[in-house]
Design a protein. Structure first.
Length: 312
């Protein structure tokens, strides 16, 4: 029953995403035909050219009809073509997706590598300077905007120290600063969650029992308490995908990375509707898929937890 329920919810979510995207796109000011033709021709297009473009792209049809036609094409695996002759939208997504996935994966890795030791240390040394320092750093991480941190890292890490490239993609050094920029906010959230979850688990009777049996303190934390404490952390990592993908738009623009974020921003300003719709659909699909994976991992960590939300 669970796969069928999740499949049904996935279809509903993705359908809602496409409808919302379509509605918001057509609420933006400006005629896409005029904008596209003016960009291509370099001057104001004639009324006849605008009418021809609108007829060719089906923009004269009512919005519900346009949406139905686009959805029918998507179900056949056709996401349309860019208005600017850049090729099929599907090929554009395939070209830009690896850069965004690399940034998202590296950012999550940075967040985990920072949050786990910081959260564990904060919980084990509760009420000490280590705990206060960890909480202060986490607060600063949550409060710092991505774009500000990105420019700061460019100034310090690239321009002043010359340790990493300023912008671009394709090599590991070019990934370091963007990953730190995007992973910092997520690390701050996870650090606080690891701390609170571990403190709650350490107060459980089974932990006291392990200590009474003479289990060393480090083993009590790592072997007995941490596994249970990671359950909400795993869930949060999955939910943070939305933050990562949303932040990738800003970070990719700051560091001039050719990912989905940059593609989406350029398409929005250029009124390239097929590209905007394609990127939105892909991001929504990725978000739903990762949430499903999160549920499976959650069940793996604690088989007593029912994925459907009802205890077994």
């Amino acid at each position: 029953m669970f796969p069928l329920r999740r499949l049904a919810s996935t279809v509903v979510v993705l359908l809602g995403v496409t409808i919302l995207t379509y509605g918001l796109i057509f609420l933006t000011p400006g005629d896409p035909a005029t904008v596209v033709l003016q960009e291509q021709l370099g001057h104001q297009p004639s009324e006849q050219s605008v009418r021809d473009f609108r007829a060719e792209q089906g923009l004269d049809d009512p919005v519900p009809v346009q949406y139905a036609n686009w959805l029918a094409d998507v179900l056949r695996g056709d996401l349309g073509d860019s208005y600017y002759g850049d090729g099929p939208v599907l090929e554009l997504l395939v070209d830009h997706l690896p850069q965004t996935l690399a940034l998202a994966g590296a950012s999550i890795l940075v967040a985990i590598c920072v949050a786990l030791p910081a959260g564990i240390a904060s919980a084990c040394y509760r009420g000490t300077r280590i705990d206060y320092a960890s909480q202060l750093i986490a607060l600063l991480g949550v409060s710092t905007p991505n774009f500000w941190l990105g420019y700061l890292l460019i100034i310090v890490g690239a321009l002043r120290l010359g340790l990493f490239p300023v912008a671009g993609a394709g090599s590991l050094p070019q990934l370091v600063l963007p990953a730190i920029t995007l992973g910092t906010g997520m690390a701050a959230v996870l650090t606080r969650l690891v701390r609170s979850s571990l403190l709650e688990v350490l107060a459980e009777p089974f932990v006291d029992g392990a200590r009474a049996r003479g289990v060393p303190g480090r083993a009590v934390v790592v072997v007995h308490a941490l596994r249970t404490a990671l359950l909400p952390v795993v869930t949060m990592i999955g939910l943070q995908l939305g933050y990562v993908l949303g932040g990738a738009v800003v970070v990719e623009v700051v560091f001039q990375r050719p990912g989905l974020g940059t593609l989406l921003v350029d398409a929005v300003f250029a009124r390239d509707y097929p590209v905007v719709q394609g990127v939105t659909l892909l991001v929504g699909t990725l978000f739903v898929a990762v949430n499903l994976l999160t549920d499976l991992v959650y069940r793996r960590l604690d088989p007593r937890v029912s994925i459907g939300g009802v205890g077994t």
